[in-house]
Design a protein around this ligand. Structure first.
Ligand code: HEC
Ligand code: HEC
Ligand code: HEC
Ligand code: HEC
Ligand code: HEC
Length: 214
């Protein structure tokens, strides 16, 4: 198909410019125009894609108040889990990062990044208004169950042993446990999940009822 009279696709943002360049690589006949104000490198294409994927309604898991991507922050930028979840090795709760922790980096990044809606929301709705971010919680055991992150961290377990490959996920959800008997995945932190691991030979962990219920 000749594209002689085809219309020229004009980028309206840096993210769109990344996409148009990418599409042109697939189909060199495509005519594109990148206005100079959108010709920069940042935000990166990876950041644009992750922000979109983190707010994909079709993907499993709740849509968070900000499309925050672990794949981008912990995967691409290799930020340590405990930089944000700093309670993990010292207390029962892993803890969630404050707006200040986010802004420690985001206040240093140039204004071009505000093109990403999530970054704009972080600054305008939370930082400027001094409001905490109310993240939807995913993992929660009932109150009659005792769970302490620090005990598990001290035993040398990795976050991924329980939470799955978080650093590869744009949007988090409860990872189905496929090591369960009969291979049936489930979506809840059931007692059998805890007890199975506690019983596994290499773990010296107790299966005494009163260790988890008191
Ligand atoms: C250690 C530095 C650092 C911290 C801490 C940090 N960010 Fe980021 N974040 C970045 C960088 C760098 C980018 C963009 C890089 C690029 O363009 O590729 C980014 C990109 C983003 C994006 C776009 C990609 C995505 O994930 O959807 C959002 C939204 C975002 N950050 C929100 C947050 C929030 C909310 C927090 C706090 C919970 C936070 N960031 C904490 C460095 C940080
Ligand atoms: C830059 C900050 C940041 C880093 C680094 C980070 N997280 Fe997170 N984490 C968040 C934020 C913000 C949320 C809430 C939004 C979401 O669910 O994506 C979250 C949510 C979670 C949750 C779900 C909590 C719940 O409600 O059950 C888990 C599990 C988690 N992170 C594990 C990890 C692991 C494992 C790593 C390292 C591979 C990591 N995180 C690195 C900021 C971070
Ligand atoms: C032995 C399994 C296990 C390991 C290992 C583990 N977690 Fe968790 N995590 C859980 C359970 C169970 C919950 C629910 C806790 C609750 O309801 O009190 C949880 C909850 C969370 C939450 C939700 C907020 C909170 O404070 O409870 C975050 C964030 C989180 N974990 C991050 C991490 C990170 C980061 C690591 C590694 C440094 C990690 N977890 C290691 C099992 C684990
Ligand atoms: C991936 C394996 C694994 C999973 C899953 C796991 N644990 Fe553990 N747990 C351990 C190990 C290993 C220890 C450390 C044993 C030690 O310190 O000697 C431990 C220790 C504990 C202890 C302290 C036991 C004592 O002897 O004082 C409690 C309580 C506990 N876990 C509760 C839970 C609960 C509740 C869950 C599920 C929500 C859970 N664990 C899931 C591996 C696991
Ligand atoms: C390693 C931790 C652990 C041990 C050991 C443990 N439990 Fe549990 N138990 C849990 C968790 C986690 C839940 C919550 C499961 C859920 O929400 O589906 C639970 C839930 C329960 C419930 C409520 C079940 C329901 O369907 O509402 C009962 C009853 C119970 N446990 C009894 C026991 C007894 C009796 C023992 C000893 C034989 C025991 N537990 C040992 C972690 C443990």
């Amino acid at each position: 198909m000749p594209l002689a009279n085809a219309e020229v696709l004009v980028a309206g943002s840096v993210c769109e410019a990344h996409e148009l360049r990418f599409e042109q690589e697939q189909d060199p006949r495509l005519q594109i125009e990148i206005p100079p104000e959108f010709a920069g490198k940042w935000p990166s294409r990876a950041a644009c894609l992750s922000a979109k994927a983190a707010w994909d309604l079709e993907a499993p898991g709740p849509n968070q108040p900000i499309p925050f991507s672990h794949k981008h922050h912990s995967g691409a930028f290799a930020i340590d889990c405990q930089y944000c979840h700093s309670g993990t090795s010292v207390s029962a709760a892993a803890g969630m990062p404050s707006v200040e922790v986010c802004m420690g980096c985001h206040s240093q990044l140039p204004k071009e990044y505000d093109e990403i809606e999530g970054i704009r929301i972080l600054k305008q709705d939370y930082w400027e208004q001094k409001r905490p971010i109310e993240w939807e919680q995913l993992h929660r055991v009932p109150e009659y169950v005792q769970f302490r992150h620090n005990r598990h961290a001290a035993a040398g377990l990795l976050c991924q042993d329980c939470h799955g490959p978080v650093e590869t996920m744009d949007k988090l959800y409860l990872v189905p446990q496929t090591n369960w008997a009969y291979g049936v995945p489930y979506q809840k932190l059931e007692m059998g999940w805890c007890v199975n691991c506690h019983k596994a030979n290499s773990n010296q962990a107790s299966i005494d009822c009163l260790k988890c219920h008191y």
